[in-house]
Design a protein around this ligand. Structure first.
Ligand code: NDP
Length: 243
C-alpha cells in the first residue's frame, strides 16, 4: 500500500494544503495522507482519490481537538502497518484577527484563538505523530510559518495576532529541533500566495504569487533538506529567514 515516502499534510482541503497534495500526487510512488477537519465535505480532495490509485487517504483531523488528533494518529498508524510518516507538514492555521489587527488594538480573544490553532494545535499534532515520523526514513517535520513572524526580517505588515503566533511557532520549531536531533524540523514560509478570495485572508487576491508557484518552491526546499538544516527557518526559495 505504501510504496515510496509517506507525507501527511494538515489543512489539506484548500489553499496551500490542497495544492501540496495535488503536486505530490504527480510523483507516482508517494503516499499522501491528506488531513482535514471534515473529509466528507472535502470535495476537491475526494475528486483526487480515484486518479491517485490508492496513494491518497483522507484523514479527519481538527488540530485544536486533542481527541481528534490522537484518533487520527491511531488511524494513520493502523493504515501504515509499521511504516512511518516521512514528512509531516504542519500547514493548518488561522487568521481570525485579519491582516489589520495591531498589538494595541487586537481582540485578545483573537490572539488566544490564533495561538490555540497555530501554536498549540501544531505542537500537539507533532507530539502525537512524532513516533510515526521517527519510524520513517526521512524523519522530517515542516512547520509552515511566515516571514511576518520574523523579528529580524522586520516585515512591515500588520496582522499582529497572526504574526505573534508565527513567531511562537518558530520557537516551537527551534525547541523541537533541539530536543530531537534525529528528526529534521524546520519552519518554512511558503511566500505570499493567492489562496483566499478576500484581502483579509492569509493569501488574498493581491498576494504576490500563485499558490502553485509557492508550493513548487516549498516542495523543492523540503526535498533538498539535509539533517544539518534542522532548527532553521527557510523561505520557499530555500533562503534562510532570520528569526
Ligand atoms: P487557508 O486559509 O487557505 O487554509 C487554511 C487551512 O487550515 C484550511 O484547510 C483550514 O481548514 C485549515 N485549518 C484551520 N484550522 C484548522 C483546524 N483547527 N484543524 C484542521 N485544519 C484547520 O490558508 P493558506 O493555504 O493560505 O495557508 C496555509 C499555511 O500557509 C498556513 O500555515 C499559513 O499561515 C501559511 N502562510 C500562508 C501564506 C499565504 O500567503 N497564503 C503566507 C505565509 C504563510 P478548514 O477549511 O476546515 O477551515
Amino acid at each position: 500500500m505504501t510504496e515510496g515516502y509517506v507525507w501527511l499534510i494538515t489543512g489539506a482541503n484548500r489553499g496551500i494544503g490542497l495544492e501540496t497534495v495535488t503536486q505530490l500526487l504527480r510523483s507516482p510512488s508517494i503516499t499522501v495522507l491528506a488531513a482535514c477537519r471534515n473529509p466528507a465535505k472535502a470535495t476537491e480532495l475526494q475528486a483526487l482519490i480515484e486518479e491517485a490509485g490508492g496513494r491518497l487517504h483522507l484523514v479527519a483531523l481538527d488540530i485544536t481537538d486533542k481527541e481528534s488528533v490522537t484518533k487520527a494518529a491511531k488511524e494513520v498508524a493502523n493504515l501504515l502497518r509499521g511504516k512511518g510518516v516521512d514528512y509531516l507538514v504542519n500547514n493548518a492555521a488561522i487568521l481570525p484577527g485579519g491582516l489589520g489587527d495591531t498589538a494595541f488594538g487586537m481582540d485578545i480573544d483573537d490572539l488566544a484563538t490564533t495561538f490555540a490553532t497555530n501554536v498549540a494545535g501544531t505542537a500537539y499534532v507533532t507530539q502525537a505523530f512524532v513516533g510515526l515520523v521517527e519510524r520513517s526514513t526521512k524523519k522530517t517535520v515542516v512547520n509552515i510559518s511566515s516571514t511576518v513572524g520574523s523579528i529580524g526580517f522586520d516585515f512591515d505588515a500588520t496582522g499582529a495576532s497572526y504574526a505573534v503566533s508565527k513567531a511562537a511557532l518558530n520557537m516551537l520549531t527551534y525547541k523541537q529541533a533541539k530536543e530531537k536531533p534525529e528528526v529534521t524540523t524546520i519552519s518554512l514560509c511558503p511566500g505570499w500566495l493567492q489562496t483566499g478570495e478576500l484581502q483579509s485572508e492569509m493569501g488574498g487576491p493581491n498576494a504576490t504569487h500563485p499558490v502553485s508557484v509557492g508550493v513548487e518552491g516549498v516542495l523543492k526546499v523540503i526535498l533538498s533538506l539535509k539533517p544539518e538544516d534542522s532548527g532553521q527557518f527557510f523561505n520557499f526559495k530555500g533562503e534562510r529567514v532570520p528569526w
